[in-house]
Design a protein around this ligand. Structure first.
Ligand code: SIN
Length: 281
């Protein structure tokens, strides 16, 4: 394997070239790619031509594939089947209903499944159709933000537990859009990654609702200061999608967001997740 690893920013993201993911990977290659994921938080495999079986096989190199709670109701155009545990992220509509989850426009920064007791370790996203512009995915390094957080703020929040909830849409908390409750959980506000032993900011603007033992008046300004710091452009890699890109990100130490895109253009992604292995600490 002629694997090339090219960092994309100082803190987060690397492009991996010289590898065709349609071919099974030997153990040495799997290890090298796994290490690149831990080192760079987000890895990008450009220009892949994957079948759904390939996506599931590649996902399985990183752990147990996350089970889908709500299998899709429709197949995307051009697909006559969808394999188990492949989720659609799409704004394409059938009979007026989106065929996929997280269909429209902008999304605020979040960690996937932070509202679960054991959140997913990672998420894969594979692009099938993209709009002419927008719909970029931004990834923020929780490590770099933690390392540079104002020491007084960090000391005040060290050892605290944050509360998370997901029962709303993609940009506004509690706006009544998509009110079905998906779950709530509490986790350390700063998370130690169990494989790298590094600490990362582990709260986000979309899903974090408070800090245990603090009133909203006390906690919200502190959380807002953490969000503003964590989302600074110096900690962010912005991915502009091409068809055939496969991305994998580490939900334990990074958060992500999405830019707006035209509502009249189609966006279709296939997603798998990697189950969490430990309760965050
Ligand atoms: C997600 O947040 O999992 C989806 C991101 C995207 O659609 O770019």
């Amino acid at each position: 394997m002629g694997l090339e690893i090219r960092p994309l920013t100082k803190h987060i993201g690397a492009e991996l070239r010289g590898i065709d993911l349609r071919q099974p990977l030997d153990e040495a290659s799997q290890k090298a790619i796994y290490k690149a994921w831990l080192d760079h938080l987000v890895i990008v495999f450009p220009d892949q031509k994957l079948e759904q079986e390939d996506l599931l096989r590649v996902s399985s190199y990183f752990g147990e594939i996350g089970a889908l709670r709500r299998p899709p109701k429709f197949f995307p155009p051009g697909f006559n089947r969808l394999l188990p545990n492949i989720m659609l992220i799409s704004n394409i509509r059938e009979n007026g209903e989106p065929i996929g989850a997280l269909p429209d426009g902008e999304m605020m920064f979040h960690h996937d499944m932070i509202h679960a007791p054991i959140p997913h370790n990672g998420t894969f996203l594979y692009s099938v159709e993209i709009p002419t512009h927008g719909g970029n995915t931004l990834f923020a390094s929780g490590y770099a933000a933690y390392d540079t957080l104002d020491p007084a703020l960090r000391a005040k929040l060290e050892g605290k537990t944050a509360l998370h909830l997901y029962n709303y849409g993609s940009t506004k908390k509690g706006d009544g859009h998509g009110t079905e409750a998906f779950g709530e959980a509490k986790h350390p506000l700063f998370r130690t990654h169990e494989e790298t032993n590094r600490k990362a900011i582990y709260v986000n603007r979309l899903m974090t609702t408070g800090i245990e033992g603090m009133s909203e008046e006390e906690s919200q300004p502190l959380l807002d200061a953490v969000f503003d710091h964590a989302e600074k452009s110096e900690f962010v890699y912005e991915h502009v999608w091409s068809v055939g890109d496969l991305l994998l990100w580490d939900n334990r130490c990074s958060s992500h967001a999405r830019t707006d895109f035209p509502a009249d253009q189609r966006r279709l992604m296939l997603r798998t997740t990697i189950e969490g292995t430990v309760k965050p600490y």
